[in-house]
Design a protein around this ligand. Structure first.
Ligand code: PLP
Length: 409
C-alpha cells in the first residue's frame, strides 16, 4: 500500500471531529462503511430509550404531555440548523415515501391549471419514483421520468413538480441545489429535494438555495436508529397552501377538539398524520443532541479527505482487477465511494463483510462505501482499504460462500 500509516495517524491527531468517535457504540472488530444505509448507534440512544420505557411504565398516558406529543416539531427545530433551515420550517414525521406523497398533493392542490405533471428521476432510489407513480395514478395526474443523465432543462415543459435527490444514492453525485432550484422555479414549477444522502453527510443550505420543499431520512447519516422518523421541510412563506392529502388528526388545527371535519393546522404541523412512536423519537433526539455540537464545514472537509484516502490506497490496484471507480470529483460528490465490478462486486463485498469491513452492494455491480466523519478515523479507512487489497490479492472473494445471496443486501 502506497499511503504511509504514520501520515494517516497524523491526520487523526489533527482531526477536530475525532472526539465524537467515543460517543458511539461500535462493535469490536468492525470497520463500518455503511453509515449511508443505517447509521451507527450513539451511546446516548440506549439511555434515552430506556428512560422513555420507564416514563411509559410510570407516567402512562401522561407521557404524551411530557414531550412525546410535540416531538415532531421539537426535533424538527433541532434538526433545522443541520439543513440550513429556520425555526418552524422542519417537522420530523413518517418516512420519506409518505412525505413525498404529502408534498406532491400539497403542491399540486395549489395549482389550478393543467392536470398535474410529476417528474421524478430515473436512477434515483426507487421509492421516490414508485410513490410519484402511485400519487399520479390515483390522483389522475401524469407521471414522467427524467432519463438518468439527461439534462433537466429539456424535460421541464409542462411539469408541475419535480422530485430530485441532492446526492445520488448509487454514484454519490452531488447536484447544485441553488442552480437547479432556480432553474425549476424559472419554469414555473416546484421542486421537492430528497436529502436522504446529504443530511448529516455534508452542509445543506435549504434557505440559502431558495429551496421551498424537501424531505429526508434520519436513520442514515444522522444516526437516528432503524426506522427512525423522516423529516419534511417547507420554507416559511409556503406554509399556508391548504391541505396535504394524508389529512390525519395530528395535522388538524385542533386535534383534541375531535371535530368531524378536517381543517389543516396553520403551520408545518399540518404535515403530521397520526400517532407516532415516542421510543424512536427519543433515540433520534439523543443523536440530534450530538449534532448540535458538530461543525458542518469540518464534517465536509473530513468526509472528502476520508473518501480520497480510501481511493488513494486502492488507486494502483483497481484497474488490474477490472474494477471501475465511478466516484465523482471532490466538489461533486456526497460522502461515499462507488466502485463497479459487475462480475465480482457482490462477492468482494461479502468477503469484506466476513472480515468485519461493512460496505454494501447494489445491483448491477455497485460496491458502495459510506464515510461517516463522526465515528470513522483515518486509520479505520486505511485499514478498510488494506482489507480490500487483501481480498483481491488473495483471491478470497472467489470462495463459494461469498457468492450466496441473502434477502437484505
Ligand atoms: C434511503 C432513501 C429513501 C428511503 O425512503 P423511506 O420511505 O424512508 O424508506 C428514499 N429516497 C432516497 C433517495 C433514499 O436514499
Amino acid at each position: 500500500m502506497r499511503v504511509n500509516l504514520d501520515r494517516v495517524r497524523e491526520l487523526d491527531l489533527q482531526d477536530p471531529l475525532a472526539i465524537f468517535k467515543e460517543r458511539f457504540a461500535l462493535p469490536e472488530g468492525v470497520l463500518y462503511l455503511d453509515g449511508n444505509s443505517l447509521g451507527a448507534q450513539p451511546l446516548a440512544a440506549r439511555d434515552a430509550v430506556a428512560e422513555t420505557l420507564d416514563q411509559w411504565r410510570d407516567e402512562l398516558i401522561k407521557g404524551w404531555n411530557q414531550g412525546w406529543f410535540d416531538a415532531p416539531e421539537r426535533l424538527g427545530n433541532r434538526l433545522a440548523p443541520v439543513l440550513g433551515a429556520g425555526e418552524g420550517e422542519v417537522i420530523v414525521t413518517d418516512n420519506i415515501t409518505l412525505n413525498i406523497f404529502k408534498l406532491l398533493g400539497y403542491i399540486i392542490g395549489q395549482r389550478d391549471e393543467g392536470r398535474g405533471v410529476v417528474l421524478s428521476e430515473g436512477g434515483n432510489f426507487p421509492t421516490d419514483g414508485y410513490i410519484a407513480q402511485g400519487f399520479s395514478r390515483f390522483g389522475g395526474h401524469e407521471h414522467r421520468f427524467l432519463p438518468e443523465g439527461a439534462p433537466l432543462e429539456a424535460h421541464l415543459d409542462g411539469v408541475d413538480v419535480v422530485v430530485l435527490s441532492q446526492v445520488n444514492y448509487r454514484t454519490g453525485a452531488l447536484r447544485d441545489m441553488a442552480a437547479v432550484t432556480r432553474q425549476v422555479h424559472a419554469h414555473g414549477a416546484e421542486i421537492i429535494w430528497d436529502l436522504a444522502h446529504s443530511a448529516g453527510a455534508l452542509p445543506v443550505d435549504l434557505n440559502g438555495c431558495g429551496a421551498r420543499y424537501a424531505v429526508g431520512c434520519t436513520y442514515k447519516y444522522l444516526n437516528g436508529g432503524p426506522g427512525a422518523p423522516a423529516f419534511l421541510y417547507v420554507q416559511r412563506d409556503h406554509q399556508d397552501g391548504g391541505w396535504q392529502p394524508l389529512s390525519g388528526w395530528h395535522g388538524h388545527a385542533a386535534p383534541f377538539d375531535f371535530e368531524a371535519n378536517y381543517a389543516p393546522a396553520g403551520d408545518i404541523t399540518r404535515f403530521r398524520t397520526g400517532t407516532h412512536s415516542a421510543l424512536t423519537y427519543r433515540a433520534l433526539e439523543a443523536s440530534l443532541d450530538m449534532w448540535q455540537d458538530v461543525d458542518l464545514q469540518a464534517l465536509r472537509t473530513k468526509s472528502l479527505a476520508m473518501s480520497e484516502l480510501f481511493r488513494d490506497c486502492l488507486a494502483d490496484l483497481l484497474e488490474s482487477y477490472g474494477i471501475t471507480d465511478i466516484t465523482p470529483a471532490a466538489g461533486e460528490r456526497g460522502s461515499q465511494v462507488s466502485l463497479v465490478d459487475t462480475e465480482n462486486g457482490f462477492a468482494i463485498v461479502q468477503a469484506l463483510i466476513a472480515r468485519g469491513v461493512i460496505g454494501d452492494y447494489r445491483e448491477p455491480g455497485l460496491m458502495r462505501f459510506g464515510f461517516t466523519p463522526l465515528y470513522l478515523s483515518f486509520e479505520d479507512v486505511w485499514q478498510a482499504a488494506g482489507h480490500f487489497r487483501e481480498v483481491l490479492e488473495t483471491g478470497e472473494y472467489r470462495e463459494s460462500r461469498f457468492n450466496v445471496r441473502g434477502a437484505v443486501t
